[in-house]
Design a protein around this ligand. Structure first.
Ligand code: NAG
Ligand code: NAG
Ligand code: NAG
Ligand code: NAG
Ligand code: NAG
Ligand code: NAG
Ligand code: NAG
Ligand code: NAG
Length: 422
C-alpha cells in the first residue's frame, strides 16, 4: 500500500477489534453436520429451453461476458463506474418488515438507527442504465439451478440480501431456509431453485471453518488445501466468491503450504496469492464452463476512521448518514495490493470468471454500515455499548436493505446479460 507505515500499522492493529463482530455466524445453529444432497449427476445437462444464465460455448475461450456480442446491459458499459442518486421511489427494493429472513445483525432500523436515507440510494452507472431487478425473471433463470455465495460474513449479508430480493414473489409455504453448517440454503420450491451460502472465510481451508466456533485470534490457513470445501461447490451452476477481511488481521499470517507440521508466518499478500492460486487451480480443473458460471466479488470497503474522509475528528462510520460525494475516495482499509493480486490471478485464469469490482462504489457509502445498530456475540448492543461508538461501532458490515442489494443488482445484470428482453 502506498501509505505511511504508521497508518498501515494503525489499520492492521485495529482490525482485531472490528473482527470480534465477525465471530458469530449469524443465526446458523449447530444442527446436523450431515449433508444430504440429492444425486447431482444430471445437473450438467442444461435444458435447451432454459434461460441462458451460463456462458455459451462460443464465449468459452478466454473471452468474458463483457464482449458476448449480445445486446447486453454489461456488454458495453463499465457498470461499476457511476454515482449514487437519491431515489426513494425505487429504493429500498424491500423493507426490514417485508423480509422475514433478515438476521438481527443487519436490521438497523429495528435496532434503533434514527436515520433511514441510506436505504434510498440507487446506483447509476455513467454509461448505461441498470436493469430493474425483477425477482420473477431471476427465479425463472435459476429454475432447476443452484446459486451459491461463498465467503465470510460479508458474503452472508449478500446472500441474505439476495434472499430478500426474491422471496416476496414466492407464496408462503413454497419457500424455506435450511441450515446445514457451514451452509444456509434458501429454497424456492416451485422453481426447484436454491440460493445458498457457504461459510469459508479464507476460501481455502483454515481453522476458522467451523460455522459457529471459529478461532479469530490464532488463525491458521492451509494455503494449498481446498478439497474439503470445494467438493460442496461441484456442479453448482452459479458460484459467487469473496474473501478479504479475515486476511487483514496482521501483516503476517500463520499458514501451511504442504506439510501440516510446517507452520510458517507468511506475508498476508504472499499468502493471499497462494490461496487464490489454489482456488484458481480448482476452477480450472473442476468447473465446467458449459454449465457453471463463476463470479468473484472485489473487497468490501470498511470505514473505520473518519479522518480519512473529513479533516477533523477521530470517529468512525458512526453517525454518518450521507455518502461521500464529489471525488473518488479510496480508504486505506482497501488494500490495493490485494486488489492487484486478484486482478493478476483472474487475468491468468484459463476460465471465465466475472470480477464484480464493487469496491469503489461501496467506498462512497460510509453511511451504509451497521455501526452500533447491530449485534455482537449474538446479542444486540446494550445502550451503554451504543453510547460508546468508538469501541463498538461495526464499520465493516452493512445494513439491509442497503449497499449489498446494489451488489446483487449488479450480479443480476451480469447473470441475465444474455437475456434478450433486458
Ligand atoms: C421521497 O422524497 C420526497 C422528496 O424529498 C418526499 O416528498 C417524499 O415524501 C419521499 N417519499 C417517501 C416514500 O419517502
Ligand atoms: C432440481 O434442481 C436440481 C439442481 O439444483 C437438479 O439436479 C434436479 O434434476 C432438479 N429436479 C427436477 C425435477 O428438475
Ligand atoms: C470451540 O473450539 C475449541 C477449539 O477447537 C474447543 O476447545 C471448544 O470446546 C469449542 N467450543 C464449543 C462450544 O464447541
Ligand atoms: C504464529 O504462530 C506462533 C506459534 O503459535 C505464534 O507465536 C505467532 O504469534 C503466530 N503468528 C501470528 C501472526 O498469528
Ligand atoms: C506452495 O506450494 C506449492 C505446491 O503446492 C508450490 O508450488 C509453491 O512454490 C509453494 N510456495 C511457497 C511460497 O511455499
Ligand atoms: C514481507 O513483507 C516485507 C515488508 O513488506 C518485505 O520486506 C519482505 O521481503 C516480505 N517477505 C516475503 C517473504 O515476501
Ligand atoms: C452526529 O452528527 C450531527 C450532525 O452531523 C451532529 O450535530 C452530532 O453532534 C453528531 N453526534 C455525535 C454523537 O457525534
Ligand atoms: C477495480 O476498480 C478500481 C477503480 O474503481 C480500480 O482501481 C481497480 O484496478 C479495479 N480492480 C481490478 C482488479 O480490475
Amino acid at each position: 500500500m502506498a501509505t505511511q507505515p504508521s497508518s498501515d500499522h494503525r489499520i492492521l492493529s485495529i482490525y482485531p477489534f472490528a473482527l470480534v463482530s465477525l465471530l458469530l455466524f449469524g443465526t446458523v445453529r449447530l444442527v446436523s453436520e450431515n449433508f444430504c444432497w440429492r444425486n447431482n449427476a444430471n445437473a450438467h445437462s442444461l435444458q435447451s429451453d432454459s434461460l441462458e444464465i451460463l456462458p455459451s460455448e462460443s464465449e468459452e475461450q478466454g473471452s468474458s461476458i463483457d464482449n458476448s456480442g449480445h445486446e447486453s446491459i454489461v456488454g458495453w458499459c463499465n457498470v461499476f463506474d457511476g454515482r449514487w442518486v437519491l431515489d426513494n421511489a425505487s429504493h429500498p427494493l424491500y423493507t426490514e418488515e417485508s423480509c422475514p429472513y433478515l438476521t438481527k445483525q443487519v436490521t438497523c432500523q429495528k435496532n434503533g438507527r434514527p436515520d433511514s436515507l441510506y436505504q434510498n440510494w440507487r446506483w447509476e452507472p455513467y454509461e448505461c442504465k441498470l436493469p430493474r431487478f425483477d425477482a420473477k425473471k431471476l427465479l425463472e433463470a435459476l429454475r432447476n439451478k443452484r446459486l451459491m455465495f461463498i465467503g465470510d460474513s460479508i458474503q452472508r449479508t449478500q446472500w441474505e440480501s439476495m434472499v430478500c430480493l426474491v422471496q416476496s414473489v414466492i407464496p408462503d409455504g413454497k419457500k424455506s431456509i435450511h441450515r446445514h453448517p457451514p451452509m444456509k440454503i434458501f429454497r424456492a420450491e416451485e422453481f426447484n431453485a436454491t440460493i445458498e451460502f457457504y461459510w469459508a472465510p479464507f476460501i481455502v481451508e483454515s481453522n476458522s471453518d467451523h460455522a459457529t466456533n471459529h478461532t479469530v485470534q490464532r488463525r491458521l490457513v492451509k494455503l494449498d488445501s481446498i478439497a474439503k470445501h470445494s467438493r460442496h461447490w461441484e456442479g453448482v451452476h452459479v458460484l459467487v466468491f469473496e474473501s478479504y477481511v479475515w486476511w487483514m488481521y496482521k501483516p503476517v499470517i500463520n499458514a501451511t503450504n504442504g506439510s501440516l507440521n510446517d507452520v510458517t508466518e507468511y506475508n498476508v499478500t504472499t499468502a493471499y496469492r497462494l490461496a487464490l492460486e489454489t482456488w484458481a487451480n480448482w476452477i480450472e480443473s473442476k468447473v465446467d464452463p458449459h454449465t457453471q458460471r463463476v463470479f468473484f466479488m472485489s473487497l468490501s470497503p470498511t470505514h473505520l476512521w473518519s479522518w480519512e474522509w473529513r479533516t477533523e475528528g477521530d470517529g468512525n462510520c458512526f453517525n454518518e448518514s450521507y455518502p461521500i460525494e464529489g471525488r473518488p475516495y479510496w480508504g486505506t482499509g482497501s488494500s490495493r495490493e490485494i486488489m492487484g493480486i486478484l486482478g493478476d490471478v483472474l487475468q491468468e485464469l484459463k476460465r471465465e470468471v466475472s470480477f464484480l469490482n464493487i469496491t469503489q462504489m461501496s467506498e462512497f457509502r460510509k453511511d451504509g454500515h451497521t455501526s452500533v445498530y447491530t449485534e455482537r456475540r449474538g446479542k444486540l448492543l446494550t445502550s451503554e455499548q451504543k453510547a460508546d461508538p468508538i469501541t463498538y461501532a461495526d464499520c465493516i458490515h452493512w445494513c439491509l436493505p442497503g449497499v449489498p442489494d446494489t451488489w446483487n443488482e449488479l450480479l443480476y445484470a451480469h447473470l441475465l446479460s444474455d437475456y434478450p428482453i433486458l
